[in-house]
Design a protein around this ligand. Structure first.
Ligand code: NDP
Ligand code: GUE
Length: 311
């Protein structure tokens, strides 16, 4: 072999070695791709159920007011329902709707045999009592997992309908075979919708869990200890690279709409993505990470609730 041929071979080998390293490390946890695969499976399952039992699973999403981000989320859910074959019974109320009108709607949907899942989009306007409305939803149709009975089951480690975002995060971690046993997990955010149920699920998976919130002192000191860091706050760039342990697994739940330097509206998470991705082992992008998994878990819960009533 001539000297130049040998040099060429070495060059090609070097390029092929560096390319995959750059593109694979750090790895993106691709929620969008996994969501598509699960939705394809659900579609086949829904077709089978429909031909066996004569009706498709049904989901009712209740939205109050005109919050633009919520409206986009509701549209995404309806699109996904159509794709998978789930019937939508969505209802959109004006911002000044009365508590009793929503309660009556929930009562009617609880009784409706074509409806398997009911979700009340949060937050609701201040004049409504969200907690009471969530209590009114039949626990067997509570596909958002927010009824006290379902949250209680989660606390006890029992099977039941589980909150979609936390369930989606756990499914994503499982897909990438991320070992949680004995790992330090730090959850930033303690809402009933995201922070608390994620912390409980990580605990159930044998992680050592810390929950941080707006009153936490020395947040950076805590987050730097995290092998698994979950950001669920709703503040762009809350988590910067100096707050992250090298090689950590970073899950960005935050969804924030910001105006970029070009004056364009853009969706970002709570993590300074470009800087943090350089030093983490795995990271979820926004968009394309946790969001599509949330929608998919909602569809999965609706199908689960349907199959329970037919078994
Ligand atoms: N990707 C998805 O599928 C979903 C995304 N989201 C997004 O996730 C984010 C969180 O949602 P949600 O839990 O409903 O929001 P909430 O507003 O209910 O909760 C936010 C939490 O963040 C804490 N917090 C606020 N500021 C700080 C701070 N500076 N440092 C540490 N903690 C802080 C609050 O603390 P305290 O309790 O002390 O006030 C609270 O516990 C939002 O961006 C939301 O849009 C929500 C659902 C699904
Ligand atoms: N009872 C209740 N349950 C919820 O689960 C709930 C809620 N209320 N209120 C609002 C938040 C927010 N949320 C999102 C879910 C998916 C996307 C999503 O699909 N995002 C896409 C992009 C969407 C886009 O581009 O518009 C993504 O991240 O890739 C976004 C936001 C659920 N929430």
């Amino acid at each position: 072999m001539s000297d130049t041929t040998a040099r060429k071979i070495i060059k090609v080998l070097m390029i092929s070695l560096t390319l995959p390293m750059k593109s694979v490390y750090p790895q993106l946890l691709d929620g969008k791709a996994l969501a598509q695969r699960i939705q394809d499976q659900l579609k086949a399952e829904v077709e089978r159920l429909k031909s066996t039992y004569g009706r498709p699973p049904g989901l009712a999403v209740l939205m109050v007011g005109d919050h633009p981000a919520s409206a986009a989320y509701v549209r995404n859910k309806e699109r996904a329902c159509t794709k998978v074959g789930i019937a939508s019974f969505g209802q959109h109320f004006p911002a000044d709707v009365s508590q009793s009108e929503i309660e009556q709607t929930i009562d009617r949907l609880n009784q409706d045999p074509n409806v398997d899942g009911i979700l009340l989009q949060l937050p609701v306007p201040a004049h409504l009592n969200a907690v009471y409305l969530l209590h009114k939803i039949d626990p067997d149709k509570d596909v958002d997992g927010l009824h006290p009975l379902n949250l209680g089951r989660l606390l006890r480690g029992e099977r039941g309908l589980q909150s979609c975002t936390p369930a989606g995060v756990m499914r994503l971690l499982r897909e990438y075979r991320i070992d949680l046993k004995g790992k330090n997990a730090v959850v930033v955010g303690r809402s009933i919708l995201v922070g608390k149920p994620i912390a409980l699920m990580l605990l159930e998976a044998d992680a050592t869990v810390t929950i941080a919130h707006s009153r936490t002192k020395n947040l950076a000191e805590l987050t730097r200890q995290a092998d698994i860091l979950i950001a669920a706050v709703g503040r762009p760039n809350l988590i910067t690279a100096d707050q992250v342990k090298p090689n950590a697994i970073v899950i960005d739940v935050g969804i924030n709409r910001v105006i970029d330097a070009q004056g364009k509206s853009r969706l970002v998470g709570d993590v300074d993505f470009d800087a943090v991705r350089e030093m983490s082992q795995f990271i979820t992008p926004v968009p394309g990470g946790v969001g599509p998994m949330t929608v998919t878990m909602l569809l999965q819960n609706t199908v689960f609730s349907y199959t329970r009533t037919h078994s």
